[in-house]
Design a protein around this ligand. Structure first.
Ligand SMILES: O=C(O)CCC(=O)C(=O)O
Ligand SMILES: [Fe+2]
Length: 183
C-alpha cells in the first residue's frame, strides 16, 4: 500500500534532546563521523551516522518497535533487517540546507534493498523556517507534520524532499528498513 503514515510522539521531547546531546558530544573532528553529502545541489546537510555514536543503541530499539507496529497496521511489507546505520541530519540556514526530490531506493547493495523510510523530527517546529519534509505518494504533495518527535513513514521508493531552511536549523533522524526487492 502506498501511504504516508504519521506517528505523533514517537519520541518525547526529552528523547529528542537526549539524541541531539549525544550527537553534539560525538567527536566531530573525526573525519569518519560527520560526513558531507557530495552533490551539494541535491543535498546540503551535515550527517552523523548513529553506528559511530556510543550510547545510541536505544534509538534503534525504539525504531524497531515503531516499525513493527506500523508495518503490521499499514504497510505489510516483507521487511527482514535494518542493514544501514541510522542517520541524523542537520540542515542549517547558513547555507540553505535542503534535500531535493529523490527516492531512497538507489544503486548499491544496501540502497537497492530499502523498503521503508522513517524520518523523525528532532527539532521544535518553530526553531526553523522552511525545512519542510514533503512526500509525494501520488499526484499530491503531502507535508510531514513538523511537530517535534513525530515520525513520518513511507515506502522508500516514494519521492520526497526537504525544502531549503531559511532561518534556524532543523535536525532529523532517518532510518531505513530493508528486505527483498519489491516485486
Ligand atoms: O531529513 C529528512 O527529513 C529527510 C532525509 C532523507 O530524505 C534521506 O536521508 O534520504
Ligand atoms: Fe530520502
Amino acid at each position: 500500500m502506498i501511504a504516508v503514515h504519521s506517528v505523533s510522539d514517537a519520541f518525547s521531547g526529552a528523547d529528542c534532546t537526549r539524541l541531539l546531546d549525544l550527537i553534539a558530544e560525538a567527536p566531530t573532528r573525526d573525519a569518519g563521523l560527520v560526513r558531507q553529502a557530495r552533490d551539494h545541489n541535491l543535498r546540503r546537510a551535515d550527517l552523523v551516522w548513529l553506528d559511530d555514536v556510543e550510547g545510541s543503541a536505544w534509538v534503534m530499539d525504539r525504531m524497531i518497535e515503531l516499525v513493527r507496529h506500523a508495518n503490521r497496521e499499514v504497510f505489510d511489507f516483507d521487511i527482514t533487517d535494518f542493514a544501514e546505520s541510522a542517520q541524523v541530519a542537520r540542515y542549517g540556514a547558513e547555507r540553505e540546507g535542503h534535500f531535493g526530490w529523490h527516492s531512497d531506493i538507489g544503486e548499491g547493495r544496501l540502497a537497492e534493498r530499502r523498503k521503508l523510510t522513517i524520518v523523525v523530527q528532532l527539532s521544535e517546529a518553530h526553531a526553523y523556517a522552511g525545512g519542510d519534509l514533503e512526500v509525494m505518494p501520488g499526484a499530491n504533495v503531502v507535508a510531514a507534520d513538523r511537530a517535534r518527535g513525530t515520525a513520518t513513514l513511507f515506502p522508500s521508493f516514494v519521492l520526497h524532499r526537504v525544502t531549503p531552511v531559511t532561518a534556524g536549523e532543523r535536525h532529523s533522524l532517518t532510518v531505513w528498513c530493508h528486505g527483498a526487492p519489491f516485486r
